[in-house]
Design a protein. Structure first.
Length: 171
C-alpha cells in the first residue's frame, strides 16, 4: 500500500498550465509534520479572484522570496509525493496543477478525496467543501484545525477531518 500524503496547494488561478502553484504544504502519514513552502511562480497570468481567495497579497507583501529555499522545498515535495496516495479536499485539482507543473504524474493514480469520503459518513447528498465538513465535525465534538486557504492550515484541517471521519466510520 502506498503512503498517504495529505496535501494542499494555493494557486494563481484555476487553469492548469496557465495558472501556477505559489504555495504548497504536505504531511506524510497520519502523524507526520506539516512541511510548507513557497514555489517559484509567474504572476503574468494570475487571476485576481484566486489571489483574493487565498489572500496572496497580504501573505506575500514585504517578504523576500528565497529562491534557494523554494528549490529545496520543491525537491522534498516531489520526493514525498513519489508513489504516494494523495489525500486532499478536491485532490484532482491539486494533482492537475502539479502534473502541469512537473509534466508527469509521480503519485499513485488513485486519489483520496475527503469531500467525497465525508458524504455517506456525515449524511450529505452531495460533496461539501472542507469548511462545511470541518464545521460539522466540530459540532460533533471533534477538535479540528481551522482551514483558511493557506496551504499549511488547510493540510492540518484536512488531516484532522480525515481522522475524525475514520473514527466515525468505525463507530
Amino acid at each position: 500500500m502506498s503512503e498517504l500524503v495529505f496535501l494542499d496547494t494555493e494557486t494563481t488561478g484555476l487553469i492548469p498550465g496557465r495558472h501556477q502553484i505559489w504555495e504548497a504544504a504536505y504531511a506524510v502519514g497520519l502523524d507526520g509534520d506539516v512541511v510548507h513552502g513557497l514555489l517559484q511562480h509567474d504572476m503574468s497570468t494570475a487571476d485576481p479572484a484566486a489571489l483574493h481567495v487565498n489572500n496572496y497579497v497580504d501573505r506575500t507583501a514585504g517578504k523576500d522570496f528565497d529562491i534557494i529555499a523554494a528549490i529545496k522545498f520543491e525537491g522534498a515535495f516531489k520526493t514525498a509525493l513519489r508513489g504516494a496516495t494523495l489525500v486532499g479536499a478536491n485532490p484532482a485539482f491539486d494533482a492537475s496543477m502539479l502534473q502541469a507543473r512537473w509534466g508527469e504524474q509521480i503519485w499513485h493514480y488513485r486519489l483520496l478525496d475527503v469531500e467525497s469520503y465525508a458524504m455517506p459518513i456525515l449524511g450529505y447528498d452531495r460533496p461539501q467543501g472542507l469548511a462545511k465538513i470541518t464545521e460539522d465535525l466540530r459540532e460533533r465534538g471533534f477538535e479540528i484545525y481551522t482551514a483558511d486557504h493557506s496551504a499549511r492550515a488547510d493540510v492540518l484541517a484536512l488531516r484532522d477531518a480525515y481522522k475524525a471521519l475514520v473514527y466515525l466510520k468505525d463507530e
